[in-house]
Ligand binder design. Structure first.
Ligand code: RP5
Length: 182
């Protein structure tokens, strides 16, 4: 299935999101409120010019949208899904249950339990359905984007070269000695 109007009716958040047919990474999140965290994954993908799409897909509020999204993801050309959610965060696990694509779970920092609930909900998958769980919050979202790039770079030499350069630059940016200029 190439195009599903149920989930595709969500407004795009970013310009890069317009051409969904090009997207190879899907960034999904349980709520608009998760975007403040999940945009860090998008920012990382932007650095590598990896095409992605963003969607709000709530496991408990829009279960049919979740089903449609996960079931169609591979056929639509996605290769990796990044799923962020907070609280009783079943979005990554449910998505992983319905697609063979690698799913990277980002625990969004919740108000009640600072994201520890999100983390435990996402990380404690029973054996047999895998979710790669990242750190709570923005660092996790950034690293989900990075891990998606690393997964894609296994089969993409150009992306692998960019990744090598990016890592080398990050090393080069670390000063030998600390200064007082902070
Ligand atoms: C989860 O509940 C979402 O992933 C979000 O992290 C949290 C709060 O959602 P809102 O009440 O802000 O929509 O479903």
């Amino acid at each position: 299935r190439l195009f599903n109007p149920v989930w595709a009716s969500q407004p795009p958040h970013r310009e890069l999101d317009e051409d969904v047919s090009q997207a190879i990474v899907g960034i999904i999140m349980g709520s608009q409120s998760d975007w403040a965290t999940m945009r860090a994954a998008a920012n990382l993908l932007d650095q590598f010019a990896v095409p992605y799409e963003t969607r709000i897909v709530s496991a408990h509020r829009t279960p049919n949208r979740l089903y449609d999204y996960a079931q169609s993801a591979r056929d639509r050309g996605l290769k990796v899904i990044i799923a962020g959610a907070g609280g009783a965060a079943h979005l990554p696990g449910m998505t992983a249950a319905m697609t063979p694509l690698p799913v990277l779970g980002v625990p969004v920092k919740s108000a009640a339990l600072s994201g520890q609930d999100s983390l435990l909900s996402i990380v404690q998958m029973p054996a047999g359905v895998a979710v790669g769980t990242l750190a709570i919050g923005e660092a996790g979202a950034t690293n989900a984007g990075l891990l998606a790039v690393q997964i894609l770079a296994v089969e993409d030499g150009e992306l692998a070269a960019k990744l090598d350069e990016w890592r080398a630059q990050r090393s080069a940016d670390v000063a030998q000695t600390p200064t007082d200029d902070d």
